[in-house]
Design a protein around this ligand. Structure first.
Ligand code: ADP
Ligand code: MG
Length: 610
């Protein structure tokens, strides 16, 4: 007797199908299908994605969806995750101290120290003083160059220039002395006049050295030790810039202010355990580790953390049609990060890297309404739909089709919103755990730390390696290898860092260089995925000693990651654990584990006389 049975896994991000042809209780053929999950999992909105995923598989089998005899969907673990970022420092400039300005094309080179003077007033310059000229929009670059040359001729000591317009290179080409020239200073009228000032421009491709060093600034302005302490934040904000200007005003000060970021409160058996967000992720995660079986998590009202935790709770309550007060947050994950933020009181949109904490939360409720969804799918497709097993044990079944695996096995399903671990021992007993934080959090961190404001681009940076277009005929890959081309590369990509996608290249619009982007990418994966893998092992472990595991198999979309495998091997080799990506059904890699498990569990039921 011929029968088509499909296992369908509805995840937060993807809906995967394993479609099998069963003859005489034997699986004779099996194909996979995949589609993006439509809507939040467990809702009627999912039907579209389910149908698409089934169609994808049916086509490969050469049948119609209506030819399928039985669909088994997973008893989805009702887990949803969300992510929030809480900035905990803020750099503020009081008065008019200009810092960290980094225009695209500064002019000249070197370090200039002097008193600020409007170029219009250069006639009033004193002979024994050095000056930095401030040029507003009233003077064009030709006149500015003429006036500077004339003054130099008369013996005025001009050591640098600050320009409103983007004319740094133009002025530099026309003057008789090489001085550092900083341009594109939008609020030039706010540059204080008659104040000690330092302008530094480094060679193309290099970084400033003097003004990014607190002692350099101290040397320039003759600061004492306590004054030097105050300008550490200026120096910090200037690290990595090609150009900068620092002006000392009597009341001017750059401060790092701590923003009250609120507290996270973990609840367990009537007791509260608090962690202050502004102390960083370590303190938060130490508390999470200590409390273990968390009953609920709340946050200080009026803060981002508080708002995010309540949003997740509300979303889940709506979804499951449960009372808001009965939905509990079972896990959170916090990571330290730094994000570029516009400096308060800035003159030319300067940014500084501010400390922040990223937090992912996970909610679990009693049950999603999967039965209702199953009935709706059945009505729509005219195919019988039943609910198979729970996600965790299905993932293990699927993962066990990987050659070289055996029980006891620990399977880690790294998806979009959560990292799910399931241990299956030789006696077929399983222990599932669910942790907040997975692929989505990595994407959000990359997006924030690089200041991209483009989640799609961040997702691409996460998934594919980088390269730099070094000439119109060659690129240098991030591993250092060079690739040449017969035809000229699109000139728009010249000198840009690109994401090398299989479907084509994508330029990254950011001032950060390739090494920095790569470092941010790898660090985000370390901070979220590797930390969560270790956390999952600690939680599943019966003895609390994670060296008890021998085989750790990775499944789920995030395990497809091109560099995660090596990172995991590195991290776990330390504990003597063998780990690797699954190869579900010998062909699917780490994909399709849960869907395959659903199909296989049906076959097991047949064997046991279903
Ligand atoms: P879910 O089970 O929650 O639906 P999936 O198992 O489909 O999730 O995994 C989705 C996650 O996998 C997303 O965060 C996505 O960015 C990530 N992902 C998909 N492909 C890749 C890849 N090639 N490299 C890295 N991450 C990937
Ligand atoms: Mg999944």
């Amino acid at each position: 007797m011929k029968k088509y049975v499909a296992g369908v896994d509805i995840g937060n991000a993807s809906t995967e199908t394993a479609l099998g042809l069963i003859e005489n209780n034997q699986l004779v053929e099996c194909v996979s299908g995949i589609a993006n999950t439509s809507g939040i999992k467990g809702t009627y909105d999912n039907i579209k994605g389910i149908e698409k995923s089934l169609k994808d598989a049916a086509k490969k089998m050469g049948i119609e969806v209506s030819d399928i005899d039985l669909i088994r969907i997973n008893e989805a673990t009702p887990v949803i995750g969300d992510f929030a970022m809480e900035t905990i420092t803020e750099t503020i400039i009081t008065e008019s101290t200009l810092i960290g300005h980094n225009p695209d094309t500064p002019g000249g080179i070197g370090l200039g120290i002097g008193e600020t003077i409007r170029l219009q007033d250069i006639g009033k310059a004193e002979k024994d003083k050095a000056y930095i000229v401030v040029v507003n929009e009233e003077i064009d670059f030709v006149d500015a160059a003429k006036m500077i040359n004339a003054a130099l001729e008369e013996g005025v000591d001009i050591t640098g220039a600050i320009l409103k317009k983007d004319d740094g290179v133009l002025v530099n080409n026309r003057i008789t002395k090489v001085i550092p020239i900083l341009d594109e200073v939008a609020s030039i009228d706010r540059v204080p006049i008659g104040m000690p000032c330092a302008v530094e421009v480094a060679d193309a491709g290099a970084c400033i050295e003097f003004l990014s060093n607190p002692y350099g600034i101290a040397t320039v302005f003759g600061l004492n030790a306590s004054e030097t302490k105050q300008i550490v934040h200026i120096a910090k904000a200037l690290i990595g810039n090609r150009s900068a200007v620092v002006i000392k005003t009597p009341a001017g000060e750059v401060k790092e202010r701590k923003i009250p970021a609120g507290e996270i409160i973990l609840h367990k058996r009537g007791r509260e355990y608090n962690a202050r967000v502004d102390r960083g992720s370590k303190e938060i995660m130490d508390v999470v580790r200590k409390v273990k079986d968390i009953e609920d998590v709340t946050g200080t009202k009026g803060t981002n953390v508080g708002g995010m935790l309540e949003k997740v709770r509300k979303q889940m309550a709506d979804l499951t049609e449960q009372d808001y007060n009965t939905v509990f947050i079972k896990d959170i994950m916090a990571v330290d990060t730094i994000v570029p933020k516009e400096v308060q009181g800035n003159l030319a949109k300067e940014f500084s890297m501010e400390k922040a904490v990223g937090i992912a939360a996970m909610v679990k409720t009693e049950k999603l309404h999967m039965r209702r969804l199953a009935d709706a799918v059945s009505a729509k497709l005219g195919v019988e739909v039943e609910i198979g097993g729970v996600e965790g044990s299905m993932a293990v079944r699927g993962a066990l089709t990987t050659p070289g695996t055996e029980k006891p096995i620990l399977v880690l399903d790294i998806g979009a919103g959560s990292t799910d671990a399931c241990l299956l021992n030789a006696k077929n007993e399983s222990r599932p755990v669910h942790l907040a934080g997975a692929g989505h959090m990595v994407t959000m961190l990359i997006n924030a730390e690089l200041g991209l404001n483009d989640v799609k681009l961040a997702e691409d940076i996460k998934k594919y390696p980088l390269a730099k277009v070094e000439s119109l005929y060659h690129i240098r890959h991030e591993d250092g290898s060079v690739q040449f081309f017969e035809d000229a590369i699109d000139s728009k990509l010249f000198a840009r860092t690109i994401v090398v996608k299989p479907t084509g290249w994508k330029p990254i619009k950011t001032k950060q260089n390739m090494e920095k982007i790569r470092a941010v990418r790898r660090e985000a994966k370390e901070k979220v995925l590797i930390s969560n893998i270790i956390r999952a092992l600690e939680k599943v472990s019966l003895s609390g000693n994670i060296t008890e595991f021998e085989h750790v198999v990775l499944v789920g979309g995030s395990s497809l990651d091109f560099e995660l495998g090596n990172m995991v091997t590195d991290a776990l080799a330390y504990y003597g654990i063998v780990s690797g990506k699954a190869n579900v059904r010998k062909t699917e890699g780490p994909r399709n584990a849960v869907a395959t498990g659903l199909l296989l569990s049906y076959l097991e039921e047949l064997e046991n006389g279903r």
